[in-house]
Design a protein around this ligand. Structure first.
Ligand SMILES: [Zn+2]
Length: 325
């Protein structure tokens, strides 16, 4: 029995993690009511606190990622007692975001992680107490919401991109069948990767589809700090094939290499349809790619995170001014 005697309605972590959809939502609603009884606060008021924390207009807008975290928070409130729960359920609003072309939309919800987990975009692990967050959900089909993101992916990935951040942009844009655009920072990272080893320009894929003009555009994008430099799908296929030929470099981390291998694998699966999915059921677009990813015989960090995700493009006015999100 706990301090408030509400043990039976607040399931343990393992039980919560197994729940999804309606069951999870019911469990979260019950837990709010139980905590309300335990702390002696009107259920409406406590529901209001939770909604404010979620930063959503309606409780029905919360998804499974939100609901699991809410349940964990309520469980911590249950443990910490009557005095701590208000502070615990208060929303953190401060997020220092970079300005200019590296800026991402303000997160919907940021918090110290209540438990260890992994980033819903890059797959990096985070520990309890690390700051994590959810992005606002505005984009339509085919994009799906990302889960809890590490602080880098939430705030800094376009200002200080890692090599794998550029690969993630390629992957999700091609997954959705959308345009592939890089900001100046991302152009610079890709340019360095493609040019640090002169031998790459005589590799087979480069010779078949020369990248010299692309390098000129990437350099201009990086030097002028352009909001978006668009690349064709064909060019991205060539870039990925060329990068595969690159030797180990101190600038390329083990995780960069893993993501590159995963991108290569899934691009190949989308081309060869190893699960033999029927076009009559899944078509040939993003639904097919989503199902192919979900049914891969060799799960990767990308297939575990799913998608496609909208990774944000800079918005420009008709007169060429950057609109900061
Ligand atoms: Zn991340």
């Amino acid at each position: 029995m706990t301090l408030f005697g509400v043990e039976h309605v607040l399931p343990r972590d393992q039980e919560t993690d197994a729940l999804a959809g309606t069951e999870l939502r019911e469990q979260a609603t019950k837990a709010i009511d139980a905590l309300s009884a335990a702390v002696g606060e009107d259920p409406q008021t406590l529901h209001g606190r939770v909604l404010k924390l979620l930063n959503l207009p309606r409780f029905s807008d919360a998804d499974d990622h939100d609901l699991r975290e809410i349940l964990r928070e309520l469980r911590i409130c249950e443990r910490e007692g009557r005095r701590a729960y208000r502070a615990r359920l208060r929303r953190v609003t401060r997020v220092d975001r970079p300005a200019g072309i590296g800026r991402l939309p303000r997160p919907r919800w940021v918090k110290a992680a209540s438990t260890a987990g992994s980033c819903g975009l890059c797959g990096d692990g985070y520990g309890p107490g690390d700051m994590v967050g959810r992005t606002p959900w505005e984009e339509g089909i085919p994009y799906v919401p990302m889960g809890w993101l590490c602080w880098h992916c939430l705030v800094h990935r376009r200002q200080h991109p890692r090599r794998r951040d550029v690969l993630l942009r390629f992957f999700h844009a091609m997954f959705a069948g959308d345009g592939i655009g890089l900001n100046g920072h991302e152009c610079g990272v890709l340019l360095d990767w493609l040019t640090e080893e002169p031998a790459l320009s005589s590799s087979k894929p480069w010779t078949a589809d020369p990248l010299e003009n692309t390098l000129v555009r990437l350099r201009a994008g990086a030097t002028d700090g352009k909001p978006t430099t668009w690349l064709s799908t064909q060019t991205v296929h060539t870039i990925v094939a060329v990068l595969q030929e690159a030797s180990a470099s101190p600038a390329t981390t083990v995780k960069d290499v893993q993501v590159l291998a995963a991108v290569v694998q899934h691009l190949a699966e989308w081309a060869t349809n190893p699960a033999d999915l029927k076009p009559s059921r899944y078509g040939t677009g993003w639904r097919f790619r989503q199902q192919t990813l979900a049914s891969t015989g060799h799960p990767t960090v990308l297939s575990q995170c799913g998608g496609p995700f909208f990774l944000y493009q800079c918005k420009i006015t008709k007169t060429g001014q950057l609109v900061e999100p």
